[in-house]
Design a protein around this ligand. Structure first.
Ligand SMILES: Nc1nc2c(c(=O)[nH]1)N[C@H]1C(S)=C(S)[C@@H](COP(=O)(O)OP(=O)(O)OC[C@H]3O[C@@H](n4cnc5c(=O)[nH]c(N)nc54)[C@H](O)[C@@H]3O)O[C@H]1N2
Ligand SMILES: Nc1nc2c(c(=O)[nH]1)N[C@H]1C(S)=C(S)[C@@H](COP(=O)(O)OP(=O)(O)OC[C@H]3O[C@@H](n4cnc5c(=O)[nH]c(N)nc54)[C@H](O)[C@@H]3O)O[C@H]1N2
Ligand code: SF4
Ligand SMILES: [Mo]
Length: 734
């Protein structure tokens, strides 16, 4: 075993906690939180200790694979793989147009550099449409945020007085730094209030002062009741609203008319509790809130996002310590609607992403604009997108499917070519999940191991692909390589002139950086960060300067890039001030746009709609994909990584279990409109009658794959996000 601890980070959720590890041969033998990481400060949860199951996974790929006509795979060498993949994709481009080549993925919870390099390959192919998991969770929030503020916010739970979680269980899912420490601190402080909206009595709800235990899928009514209370009891923060928002009259006109009692009745939550929660939020010094999958993958999700934004804006919890903020980003992963919709379904494209639930339909059609080829990188859509059966049918209908992954995944098994990637500990990696405030943190992790023979980092794969496509030649690289010998400054001068000044080469900048910057082997894949640092230096000079990266953009970028390469445990790359937050609203008048007419119309429609009649065939609501202690999407594929809940039990309330004659450990048949599976049952006091829940990420080796049960049609009317948390279902004893 190595004697020294080596810094790295956890790759299992967006927090990317800093870790220190000791290596034993090819193993991550000892793992602990890294005290020097500026965001996580030594924190890590139980899952990080199981990361060797990722690094040494049984189904690791060690050679490029090509599918034979009979569906089996043969190993091929890299030269053949790159040549054939480039030829096949170029042929699709030449026959049908580059826009028929779809790109899915680009990174998961721990790795966003592949997506940055893939931009070069996509541009070389003329590929235009893309998507990722964000388009089945966050695009409603992005769209609403963009229209109201020109951006999205995050919140400062560490310093808030009131914490409000809407369809989110941070005890297990985290998403805020040091989640459990922060939750416990809020919970035990009598001066602070933790409010949780969740149909289940989750681990977070157990800590809450106020648990609003809604009926599944009724959050639109709950938030309507809260906003109705806010306006009718005149709890609006008028000083904030008149200074920073417009459209109050239109919004008030709708909210004044809301029948609070009737809305509460729909949700099953006591009206007094709803009013109390609203008053606590409105009167508090500082409220932080977080909406997540419980509402974003549910009925009326975009409306709920809008109502949540209204709650924040009308109570003025934005722009002061302990409330919402707008962070400085290195790469902005959010965004609003594109001018043009998706080519076949005409679906709204948010932040550049086609809604996941329309992709299959945009392949399985004879429409001339249909997608003909797909490049999937660091994602497993055959498992993670709604309606796996139909999505696999769509993947099988493609002219060419290329998958870049570390393992032979459910998606890879359908590919024509599988290109094996180095793991996230065998190359330099980083994410753009950088949402800290006022000090924002970035962490470039050096590789811990050299990649095994046969696997390559994505940077190398994309460089080889663009070279095979003829988009970057040796002649393009030669002057940069020459200049690099004279130092970074000489290199930069040639790069700015010959690459950034040339419309043909500018889109190839990521792979050109990778090919020509001279970096240590442990950090080589970090090359693209120089380009991103330059963009950040141009966009946010003051924030970078306060963090020590001032000067002309090129100089600031160079300093920041050098610091990224030398800060093994991560660094503060930007320092903001609370007083700047409201100035970052980028609507034309700089104000929060409270009134979104289409969503106010939707609000009026929804609150006046009658409850849909109970479904006799499917009397239960299934949450298909809950985060638990031992779930991590499909990043850890070896079922042995789980210390608990190996079978991924279906949670069911005691009342429903008794009625159905089930007990913990029983087998049951779970049926939805899309399919039937056999599940193991866990009777849980945390569940309310009528609600059952399955974990996410199972169905690989053990347990149930949740998307065998979901339908692509069950999606939001505005942005196409799925209703994974609201799947009509029935359970029978077997
Ligand atoms: N352990 C673990 N942590 C993870 C992940 C993981 O796989 N495992 N994945 C990461 C990823 S990719 C993401 S996006 C986040 C997601 O993080 P979360 O959104 O917190 O995760 P979920 O458990 O899917 O859903 C949250 C809650 O929604 C509740 N819910 C269900 N139906 C409703 C409803 O009708 N209304 C309301 N208000 N709530 C409802 C569920 O009971 C659940 O407690 O987690 C991240 N963290
Ligand atoms: N029913 C239902 N479906 C859901 C959800 C739900 O709650 N319910 N949650 C959704 C959400 S929020 C998310 S985020 C998605 C997640 O689903 P996906 O976005 O498909 O991603 P992951 O399951 O995280 O899989 C990551 C993939 O990256 C691969 N990988 C790991 N490291 C590397 C690497 O270094 N390079 C490359 N090239 N590949 C690598 C892994 O082997 C794996 O195949 O699932 C979604 N699907
Ligand atoms: S799973 Fe998330 S919270 Fe847990 S150690 Fe990893 S990054 Fe941190
Ligand atoms: Mo996610």
């Amino acid at each position: 075993m190595t004697t020294d601890w080596k810094p790295t980070a956890c790759i299992l959720c967006e927090c990317n906690c800093g870790l220190e590890v000791k290596l034993d041969g090819t193993h991550l033998a000892l793992i602990r939180g890294d005290e020097r990481h500026p965001a996580s400060r030594g924190y890590a949860c139980e899952k990080a200790h199981r990361l060797d199951h990722y690094q040494n996974a049984p189904d690791r790929l060690r050679s490029p694979m090509r599918r034979r006509a009979d569906g089996t795979f043969e190993e091929i060498d890299w030269a053949t793989a790159i040549r054939e993949v480039a030829e096949r994709l170029a042929s699709v481009r030449d026959r049908f147009g580059g826009e028929t080549i779809f790109y899915y993925g680009g990174g998961g919870q721990g790795n966003h550099l592949p997506g940055a390099y893939a931009t070069s390959t996509r541009r070389a192919l003329g590929s235009r449409y893309r998507s990722s998991a964000l388009a089945q969770e966050k695009t409603g929030e992005f769209w609403v945020g963009d229209r109201m503020m020109g951006t999205v916010t995050r919140a400062d739970f560490e310093h808030c007085e009131v914490a409000f979680f809407l369809g989110k269980n941070p005890w297990h899912s985290h998403s805020i730094p040091r989640a459990r420490v922060t939750l416990k601190e809020i919970s035990k402080d009598p001066a602070r209030t933790l409010i949780v909206v969740d149909p289940r009595r989750t681990e977070t709800a157990e800590l809450a002062d106020l648990h609003l235990q809604v009926r599944p899928g009724t959050d639109a009514w709950l938030l309507s009741a809260m906003l109705g209370t806010l306006v009718q009891e005149d709890l609006v923060n008028h000083a904030f609203v008149s200074a920073h928002a417009i459209g109050l009259e239109e919004v008030v006109a709708s909210l004044r008319a809301i029948d609070v009692a009737k809305c509460c009745e729909r949700t099953g939550v006591d009206e007094a509790l709803v009013r109390e929660a609203t008053r606590v939020i409105a009167r508090s010094r500082a409220m932080s809130s977080f909406e997540d999958l419980g509402v974003q993958m549910n009925r009326e999700s975009t409306l709920v996002s809008y109502l949540h934004h209204l709650l924040v804006a009308l109570t003025g919890h934005l722009g002061k310590e302990g409330t919402h903020f707008i962070p400085t980003t290195l790469v902005n992963i959010t965004g609003g609607a594109s001018a043009k919709p998706s080519p076949v379904a005409g679906a709204r494209i948010i932040a550049g992403m086609v809604p996941c639930n329309v992709i299959a339909g945009e392949i399985l059609t004879d429409h001339p604009g249909r997608y003909r080829a797909m490049l999937v990188e660091a994602a497993n859509p055959a498992h993670s997108l709604a309606d796996s059966v139909r999505f696999r049918e769509a993947l099988s209908a493609l002219d060419t499917l290329v998958v870049i992954d570390v393992a032979m995944t459910e998606t890879a098994r359908l590919a024509h070519y599988v290109l094996p990637a180095a793991t996230q500990f065998e190359k330099a990696e980083a994410t753009f999940f950088n949402f800290e405030f006022p000090k924002n943190v970035f962490h470039l992790r050096a590789r811990l191991f050299a990649p095994p023979e046969g696997a390559l980092p994505e940077a190398e794969i994309h460089a080889r692909l663009v070279e095979a496509l003829g988009a970057v030649t040796e002649a393009d690289l030669a002057p940069l390589r020459e200049a690099a010998k004279l130092g970074r400054e000489a290199w930069a001068a040639v790069f700015m002139e010959k690459v950034m000044g040339d419309p043909r080469l500018a889109p190839m900048a990521p792979v050109i950086l990778y090919r020509t910057l001279e970096l240590a082997p442990e950090l080589k894949e970090g090359a693209v960060l120089l380009g991103l640092a330059l963009k950040a230096a141009m966009k946010s000079p003051a924030s970078l300067e306060r963090a020590g990266f001032g000067g002309e953009p090129l100089e600031a970028a160079d300093k920041l890039f050098t610091a990224m390469l030398t800060s093994a445990s991560g660094l503060v790359f930007a320092i903001d001030e609370w007083s700047e937050v409201l100035g970052r609203i980028t609507t034309p008048d700089g104000k929060i746009q409270l009134a979104l007419p289409d969503l106010l119309t939707e609000l009026n429609r929804v609150v006046s709609s009658a409850p849909s009649p109970a479904e006799t065939e499917f009397p239960l609501v299934l949450s298909a994909g809950e985060r638990r202690s031992f779930t991590a999407n499909t990043i850890l594929r070896d079922p042995a990584w789980r210390k608990k809940d190996a079978a991924g039990a279906l949670r069911i309330s005691p009342a429903d279990a008794t009625r159905l004659g089930l007990e913990t450990g029983s087998s049951a048949k779970l049926t939805t409109r899309r399919g039937s599976v056999i599940v193991s049952v866990e009777v849980s006091e945390s569940m309310q009658p009528g609600h059952v829940s399955l974990p996410n990420g199972h169905g690989i080796g053990a347990g149930v794959a949740p998307n065998d049960l979901t339908s692509e049609q069950d999606r939001d009317a505005f942005v196409g996000t799925p209703w994974h948390k609201f799947v009509p279902a029935r359970v029978e004893r077997v």
